[in-house]
Design a protein around this ligand. Structure first.
Ligand code: F0G
Length: 482
C-alpha cells in the first residue's frame, strides 16, 4: 500500500499489487442464507464456503500468495530427508530471526503442543499478554494454567492507546513472585494479540518483558503468527522504530526472545509452521517430539511446496509495502464503521475489523452469546462470514460454569491482499444496516456443546423467531436485491 495523496479529499488505501488470478464468488439470497445458517447450527465455522459471499472467518491459510511464491512452489525439491527446499527455509529463518535452530511443524498449534508437552506440567504457570484458544487448551491439557497479564488498557474497547497488546510489567513481577520462577514454564508474548482485536505490543515493552525473564532465568517465547501486523505497528506507531527498517525491527524483536514459534498460515502467507530456537539445549528437548507428532525433521508435516512458498513469503514480509496492506484496509474499514456509529474496537489493529457485540447488541445477555448471535445475524444480512470471539470461544470451568469473556467480538478478518475496496464497502454498508436494525437480533442457546474448543463444532439455535423477522425486514428494505 502507498500513501498517495488524492486530488479529492478522500483518503484511500492504494494497492501496490495487481490481481492476476481470481476466484468467482456467489451471493445466495437472504432466505437461503437463513436456511444455511440454520443448517450450520448458527456456527459460522460450519457453513460451506459455497454459501458464503465474503469469507472473513479468518486470515489463516487464506492470504493471497505472490507470483514469486507460486513460482517457487514449482521448483521444490521433494524428498523425505535433507531436501534442498528445507535448507532454503532454514537459512531464511536464520537470516531473518538470527536463531540457529529450527523445528518444522504442520501448523501453529502443533508448535504449542510441543512447547506445552516439554515445558508444562501440573502446577506450572504460563504468564502471557493474552491467551489464544489453542494455546490455552494445550497448556491446560498438560495440567498447567495461564495468567493473562495484558495492561488494563488492553481491555478497553474504545481507546487511542497504540499498544494495547503490551504486558503489564508490574503484574509479571508479581506473578513470578507469587509462584516462584521455578514454577513458570515460560513467558509467552503474542504479537498482534488475536483475541483482543489484533492489538500489537511495542518493542519497548517486549524489551522490558525480556529483562524480567532474564533476571529470573525464565525462557521468553514469542508467538509470531501475527508478527507482520505487529512489525507494521512498531514501525508506524513507535517513535524509536520510525528510522528502522522492517528487517531491523524483526531482528531486534527476535534478539529479545529465546524461542519464536509461528503459524505459517498467517506469517509468510503460506501453510505450515515451526519453532525457532536460540539455544541448543532447548532445541534438543523439543526435537524428539517432531518426528513423533509432525514428520521427519526436514519437513515436519509441511509439503515441500508449502515450504518454498513460506521461504519467499518470509522474505516478502520484510517489505513494508507488503505488510501494510492488511492494517491499512482494516484501518479504512474501522474508520468507515465509526463514521456510521457502529461500535468497533479502536484503535484499528491487525488481522481484521472487530465489532464490539457488547455494545452492538447490548440487549443480549452474555449467557445468550451476543457475539455468536451477531455473527449469525451478519451472515443472514450479507452473506459475510465472520467469527465469534467472545464467550462462545471460552471453555467452561471444570465445574461447568460459564466463563464470560472480557470482550464480545465479531471478528471480520481481512485476509491479506484478498478483498477489494468495494467488497469492504459492501461489508460496511450491510453492517450499518444491521446496526440500525439491531433491536431485531436475539440470542442463541446450545443444542449440542462439545467440551473442548466448543466454538469449532458446537450447534446452537435462536432463543426466539428473531431470524425470520430479520429476513422480513431485509426484504422490506432491499426489495428483490440479494
Ligand atoms: N497463535 C495465534 C496468535 C493464532 O492466531 C493462531 C491461529 C495460532 C497460534 C494457531 O495456529 O491455526 O496454524 O494452528 N489462529 C487462527 C485464527 C486459527 O483464525 O485466528 P494454527
Amino acid at each position: 500500500m502507498a500513501t498517495v495523496k488524492f486530488y479529492g479529499n478522500e483518503t484511500v488505501p492504494l494497492e501496490m499489487h495487481k490481481v492476476r488470478i481470481v476466484q468467482k464468488l456467489s451471493l445466495p439470497p437472504v432466505e437461503r442464507r437463513l436456511e444455511k445458517i440454520t443448517e450450520a447450527g448458527n456456527n459460522t465455522f460450519l457453513l460451506k464456503n459455497d454459501d458464503v459471499f465474503l469469507d472473513m472467518l479468518t486470515d489463516s491459510g487464506v492470504n493471497a500468495m505472490s507470483d514469486r511464491q507460486q513460482a517457487a512452489m514449482l521448483v521444490a525439491d521433494d524428498s523425505y530427508a535433507g531436501s534442498a527446499t528445507y535448507t532454503r527455509l532454514e537459512d531464511k529463518l536464520r537470516d531473518i530471526f538470527g536463531m540457529h535452530y529450527f523445528l518444522p511443524t504442520h501448523q501453529g498449534r502443533a508448535c504449542e503442543h510441543i512447547l506445552a508437552k516439554v515445558f508444562v506440567s501440573p502446577g506450572k504457570v504460563v504468564p502471557m499478554n493474552y491467551h489464544f484458544t489453542t494455546t490455552k487448551a494445550h497448556i491446560t491439557l498438560q495440567g498447567g494454567s495461564v495468567e493473562e497479564l495484558v495492561t488494563d488498557a488492553g481491555l478497553e474497547v474504545v481507546s487511542v492507546n497504540p499498544f494495547k497488546g503490551n504486558m503489564d510489567i508490574a503484574k509479571l513481577r508479581a506473578v513470578i513472585g507469587q509462584h516462584g520462577a521455578g514454577n513458570i514454564a515460560f513467558v509467552r508474548m503474542e504479537s498482534g494479540t488475536n483475541l483482543i482485536g489484533g492489538q500489537p505490543f511495542s518493542l519497548a515493552n517486549l524489551a522490558e518483558v525480556s529483562n524480567v525473564c532474564k533476571e529470573h532465568g525464565v525462557p521468553l517465547v514469542l508467538d509470531a503468527s501475527l508478527l507482520a501486523d505487529n512489525l507494521y505497528f512498531n514501525k508506524t506507531r513507535e517513535d524509536h522504530c520510525k528510522a528502522m527498517s522492517i528487517r531491523e525491527i524483526t531482528r531486534r524483536t527476535a534478539d529479545l526472545c529465546d524461542i519464536i514459534y509461528f503459524s505459517a498460515r498467517k506469517l509468510g502467507c503460506a501453510r505450515g509452521g515451526g519453532i525457532c530456537i536460540r539455544d541448543r539445549a532447548l532445541f534438543e528437548k523439543m526435537r524428539p517430539l517432531v518426528p513423533l507428532y509432525e514428520g521427519f525433521l526436514t519437513y515436519g508435516g509441511m509439503s515441500v511446496r508449502e515450504m518454498e512458498a513460506l521461504t519467499v513469503g518470509l522474505e516478502e514480509t520484510m517489505d513494508e509495502e507488503m505488510i501494510n496492506q492488511g492494517p491499512m484496509f482494516i484501518g479504512y474499514m474501522v474508520e468507515q464503521l465509526q463514521e456510521r456509529g457502529v461500535p468497533v474496537i479502536t484503535p484499528a489493529g491487525g488481522l481484521g475489523c472487530h465489532i464490539d457485540a457488547k455494545r452492538f447488541v447490548d440487549h443480549i445477555p452474555q449467557s445468550q452469546y451476543p457475539a455468536g448471535a451477531l455473527a449469525s445475524a451478519l451472515y443472514i444480512a450479507s452473506g459475510i462470514r465472520g467469527m465469534e470471539r467472545g464467550t462462545l470461544s471460552e471453555q467452561r470451568e471444570p465445574d461447568g460454569s460459564e466463563i464470560f469473556a472480557n470482550m464480545e467480538l465479531v471478528r471480520l478478518a481481512l485476509p491479506r491482499r484478498v478483498f477489494t475496496l468495494s467488497q469492504v464497502k459492501y461489508a460496511v454498508d450491510r453492517i450499518a444496516w444491521l446496526y440500525d436494525n439491531r433491536h431485531l437480533i436475539g440470542g442463541l442457546t446450545f443444542v449440542e456443546e462439545p467440551e473442548v474448543l466448543r466454538f469449532f463444532y458446537g450447534l446452537l439455535e435462536p432463543v426466539s423467531d428473531w431470524q425470520n423477522k430479520l429476513v422480513a425486514k431485509f426484504r422490506e428494505d432491499f426489495g428483490d436485491s440479494l
